[in-house]
Design a protein around this ligand. Sequence first.
Ligand SMILES: Cc1cc2nc3c(=O)[nH]c(=O)nc-3n(C[C@H](O)[C@H](O)[C@H](O)COP(=O)(O)O)c2cc1C
Length: 236
Amino acid sequence: MDATHAAVHVQTRNSADYNTVSDINFEFVLSELLAAEICFTINEGRSGKTMDVIGISGSLRKESTNTKALNIALRFAREAGAAVRAVDLGQMAIPIYSEDIPAPPPDLLILQSVLLETDVILIASPEYNHSIPGGLKNVLDWLSVMDNPFDGKVTAIFGVSNGPFGTVRMQPQLRQVLANLGSIVLPKPQICIRNGNEAFTPSEELTDKNTENHLKTLVLKSLKLAEALKMPGIQI
Ligand SMILES: Cc1cc2nc3c(=O)[nH]c(=O)nc-3n(C[C@H](O)[C@H](O)[C@H](O)COP(=O)(O)O)c2cc1C
């Protein structure tokens, strides 16, 4: 099983496989992915280093169209030679942020360390009430008061909604939050996938080839930029 499929496997697992939601250990989720991971070293003639990519879906539901789009993007990254992993925010125990909570919860520390190590972060997110879904925003708020892993990191965002606007109102807000976290957010292509319920084939491919090509371009650009930032002498 390759890493993308491992991610799909973990994210689509029945909740009945776990005793309770609080029993789900993010470390386990990640280690399972790591065990299945295939790493390549690519881009010979360039930095020659394997690029690490982490995917985050802003939707926690099992049949999420954003998670489907994310899995396609992760597959493009893997085909380009990157080592890819997906984190499932729905499996993590993260309270709503409060300054009164004395320390970040363990799952968040694991997420932080994984994000600190990666080269590229891909975020696929729905739009809730014309804005960023609360669960995703909560995670970003938590990370912003820690050793923030987005600082100086390449991030690519895209989204699927089940309406005619395809997350076009949410994405500038997410871009603004990530900019405040110091992330280098790819400016283009901007990918807003509308009518999400009709946007995927039964085998979870995008029905529109143009959109698929744009998504691939976004992923490849993010890898190229992250690789350029790894070159000797480059410091941001
Ligand atoms: C709380 C809530 C708010 C929503 N607000 C919007 C919205 O502002 N704009 C929109 O296009 N769709 C909105 N939707 C519909 C989502 O686009 C739709 O549920 C989408 O499939 C969610 O993405 P997912 O398939 O990845 O879960 C909302 C859905 C929920 C649950």
